[in-house]
Design a binder for this molecule. Structure first.
Ligand code: ATP
Ligand code: F6P
Length: 440
């Protein structure tokens, strides 16, 4: 099927008629599920309908706690049940494309033989769906052992079992897969694929066909699994916050100054070791002023200003209070409450627009380690929504208090959150649906 992408009247990149199955390939404990889940989160954040189909969970319906010999290809019953699980997952996946209008499905399984990969390709091609193979290849015993201890011994496959016995059994499971595993090679050069070797140290790309596939591949190339955290803070309370006005480029208030002075210690206590952070601010005065003391800290943090981190542009409403907007633009005020994510201020932006302009920021965050971002209410909501998988209807309504530092730490399948309150009073700039109450 032909794929078509176009930019529609500023609503960001729209993907039309595009249907791709990202087929994961690799031995167990190579990060396939983690990659699958991250790709889904990233695409959904960009409003692309995506879903992962994990063959392991289909297999678990009949065989919840198999031992390693279940995965030995000479075990006929095992073979039959594993194929049935793959069939069921592919069937549901194809149905999802048809009935739910899906755009990108991730088939999360080992797909470790050429025969299996051909079979998936044919099933998809018969339904007019493209395939993109993503192989994760990693032979570092240290990484594999760490992966097993981190996620496999606690998987439902081994619930209630001794972790050491579980790890040993999982290693035997891998041995069984190794007997038949075929890496993607020359014979398969007609496939569209990306091979991630040793957690992205080397990347081999073949026959990438279109925009969406190249976005996914670029995203995958930027992933790493080194430990790190991301710190998020709004700027200190501003003069505009005090008067209830939105937007602008005001200075921070006296209490905002106190927050700026408190920030280096607050950050130090939340870091807990001697890691060096890099500070990112917007180009607006209030974030630069807030980061001033942090940037001057003896730790020698580097600092970068990003235009992409500037607050959501409220166009003709810039500098007004919510009450003034309700008085002067009542229809707009209502339209925004009805669909805050998509509502675009006249001459300004919507949350959807902000997400699109933040995409390079997310990409850079994925490549980096230990970044502290000092930014604004709407922008912070969008970045937070990416990490915490917050649905679009909710994200513009999240409460993100001033003078609070948020630390996010990505873990294998989730993101851990900690909040540090500076205990410095500030107005609340949160506005609930329908309200025009002034900040207080
Ligand atoms: P299985 O086939 O048993 O489902 P899997 O390949 O899906 O295994 P995951 O469950 O995703 O493996 O393993 C997660 C672990 O893999 C995490 O500890 C993560 O840090 C690590 N990991 C993530 N990406 C990679 C990678 N590219 N190579 C190796 N390990 C990785
Ligand atoms: O009030 C502070 C502020 O950062 C404004 O500059 C901005 O328009 C607003 O918050 C964004 O929040 P909301 O989308 O809830 O109006």
């Amino acid at each position: 099927m032909a794929t078509l992408y176009r930019k529609t009247n500023g609503q960001g990149v729209q993907v039309e008629d595009t249907r791709v199955v990202v087929v994961m390939v690799g031995l167990p404990a190579r990060g396939k599920s983690l990659i699958a889940q991250k790709v889904v989160r990233y695409l959904r954040w960009l409003s692309i309908k995506a879903k992962a189909f994990n063959v392991g969970s289909y297999r678990r319906q009949d065989t919840p706690q198999p031992t390693a010999d279940f995965f030995d290809t000479s075990n006929k019953d095992g073979e039959r049940m594993r194929h049935a699980a793959a069939e069921a997952a592919v069937k549901d996946m194809l149905k999802w494309f048809k009935t739910d209008g899906g755009a990108v499905a991730i088939l999360d399984a080992t797909n470790s033989t050429k025969a299996r990969r051909r079979w998936v390709r044919e099933r998809c091609a018969d339904n007019g769906i493209e395939t993109l193979y993503v192989e994760s290849k990693c032979d570092s015993e240290e990484t594999i052992m760490a992966n097993i201890m981190e996620v496999k011994t606690t998987s439902p496959d081994y619930e209630g079992q001794d972790p050491e016995a579980a790890a040993l059994d999982f290693l035997n499971r891998i041995r069984n897969y190794e007997k038949v595993y075929e890496t993607i090679d020359e014979d398969e050069k007609d496939l569209t694929y990306v091979k991630l070797i040793d957690v992205g140290k080397q990347v081999i790309i073949n026959q990438i066909q279109d925009y969406l596939q190249s976005r996914v591949v670029y995203y995958l190339m930027n992933l790493h699994i080194r430990p790190r955290s991301i710190w998020l803070s709004r700027h200190g309370e501003s003069e505009f916050n005090l008067s209830g006005k939105i937007g602008g480029d005001a200075n921070i208030s006296e209490r905002g100054q106190l927050y700026a002075r408190a920030l280096p210690d607050l950050v130090a206590s939340s870091v807990g070791d001697d890691r060096r952070l890099t500070i990112w601010t917007s180009t607006l005065k209030r974030t630069i002023q807030t980061a001033r003391f942090l940037a001057a800290s003896p730790k020698g943090y580097d600092k970068l200003e990003w235009k992409a981190l500037d607050e959501l542009d409220s166009g003709v409403c810039d500098g007004l209070t919510y009450q003034e907007i309700a008085d002067q633009y009542p229809e707009d005020f209502k339209a925004r409450d009805d669909d805050k994510y998509n509502y675009r201020y006249r001459g300004g932006e919507s949350y959807r627009d902000v997400v699109i302009r933040l995409e390079p920021i997310i990409m850079e965050l994925e490549r980096s380690e230990n970044i502290i971002i000092v930014t604004h209410q709407a922008v912070l909501r969008c970045i937070y929504a990416y990490y915490m998988n917050v649905p679009q209807e909710q994200s513009p309504w999240m409460e993100v208090p001033l003078h609070t530092l948020i630390k996010l730490t990505p873990r294998a399948y989730s993101t851990e959150e900690q909040r540090f309150d500076a205990n410095i009073p500030a107005v609340s700039t949160f506005r609930s649906k329908g309200s025009t109450a002034k900040h207080q």
